[in-house]
Design a protein around this ligand. Sequence first.
Ligand code: HEC
Length: 158
Amino acid sequence: MYKTLTATACALLATTLLTTGCSESAKDTHPQQLLTKRKAVFKQFTGALEPLGLMARDRKPWDAAAFKAGALELQRLSTLPWPYFTADGNYPPTRAKPAVWDKPAEFKQAQDDYLAAVAALLTAAERGGADSGRPAVEQVEKACKSCHDRFRNAAPGS
Ligand code: HEC
């Protein structure tokens, strides 16, 4: 219901004021800015993973040092989003499914699977070769996707 209202309000604003950036009008009103903070970390996940994906697909030359730096960065980030999914952290415009809060054990398992994939990525990165690096990147990507399939909705209104 909220989504429909927001979409309607955005459509109205867009036609009357020609404003863009309607997503910014959906403010994070939580005093601890939980949604803003976890989204910022997830964006960093994407930023750190992207160059590794390009190397794994031969769209960028293999660079063992850069690969290892990316793996270390993913490991540093890997524990950061989860504390922002607190009991009072489910509010619009979150893309998290209710399952995050209704099935905490499964959500925790998805985090653990992800952490294991990142640990394996780092092991492969320390070995340095593309042969073990490639499949390790794929496993990390799978862990992202598997959690998203179960715990994240398509983008609200965009
Ligand atoms: C254990 C579950 C889980 C894992 C693992 C996970 N994500 Fe997510 N991700 C989520 C959830 C839930 C959201 C929705 C957050 C919200 O809107 O409250 C999300 C949101 C995002 C977003 C959207 C941020 C925004 O601005 O709305 C991006 C990008 C993202 N994840 C990338 C990744 C990448 C890349 C990986 C792997 C390197 C990853 N995620 C791993 C659960 C996960």
